[in-house]
Write a protein that binds this ligand. Structure first.
Ligand code: DX5
Ligand code: ZN
Length: 218
């Protein structure tokens, strides 16, 4: 199943509730929440005091947390308390990915693993049978509004082949620079969870979500 996950990094925080509701009411059932600590990436976004309101505004949405932080395992109780459903960590940020996945699962959440554009797909093979989602970054993490890096297409195809080898049907999420013009080739390459920030929130949210859904739902 294809899933649209608008990234709240790009919404206008003067009216966060209104923007989240517009995306949800147009049919977005997953919200991508980018947490940045100014250390793992050269930017700072928001943390639990803001994120907890996403769950209050949208009780039924799937909350998809993308942790761009150093030592992501330190805050597991916080992500849980915020209402996270999926916690995705960067393979580059942890010493012990097996333990990280275990800890996410022990806290009752789904586990995702992310790789930066320069990190090979082989880096996640060690935990491929354990994770619920694989996130292929198609920009350098840290900022919205960047251009899609085509290297991600090859990495999606490689991930599909690796999952086939293991007989798995794990979700493949892609994040960064996705718009209505390039989304089809990303889906064709084999991704099924589409993150998009500026292409949803920088203009008419309702029509943007409806247009993306046409591509995702066929
Ligand atoms: C970048 C974030 C992305 C970002 C995507 O580090 O992980 O989720 O919000 O924004 P766009 O779709 O504008 O590239
Ligand atoms: Zn993200």
């Amino acid at each position: 199943m294809n899933i649209l996950a608008p990234s709240m990094l790009s919404l206008d925080f003067r009216h966060m509730e209104e923007d989240l509701l517009a995306a949800y009411n147009a049919g977005a059932r997953q919200i991508h929440v980018d947490v940045m600590d100014g250390n793992f990436v050269p930017n700072i976004s928001f943390g639990p005091p803001v994120i907890k309101y996403v769950r209050k505004v949208l009780p039924d949405v799937t909350m998809d947390m993308h942790l761009m932080v150093t030592e992501p395992g330190r805050y597991m109780d916080k992500w849980k308390a915020c209402g996270a459903d999926i916690v995705t960590f960067h393979i580059e940020a942890v010493m012990d990915p097996v333990q990280m996945v275990r800890s996410i699962h022990e806290n009752g959440m789904r586990a995702g693993v992310a790789i930066k554009p320069a990190t090979p797909v082989s880096a996640i093979e060690e935990i491929i049978t354990e994770v619920d989602m694989i996130l292929i970054m198609s920009v350098e993490p840290g900022f919205g509004g960047q251009s899609f890096m085509p290297v991600a297409l090859d990495k999606i195809r490689e991930t599909v082949l690796l999952l086939e080898e293991y007989g798995l049907k794990t979700d493949i999420e892609v994040d960064g620079g996705i718009n209505l013009k390039n989304v089809d080739e990303i889906l064709e390459a084999g991704a099924n969870v589409i993150v998009t920030g500026s292409a949803i929130f920088d203009s008419d949210i309702t029509s943007n979500v409806l247009n993306f859904r046409k591509h995702l739902e066929g």
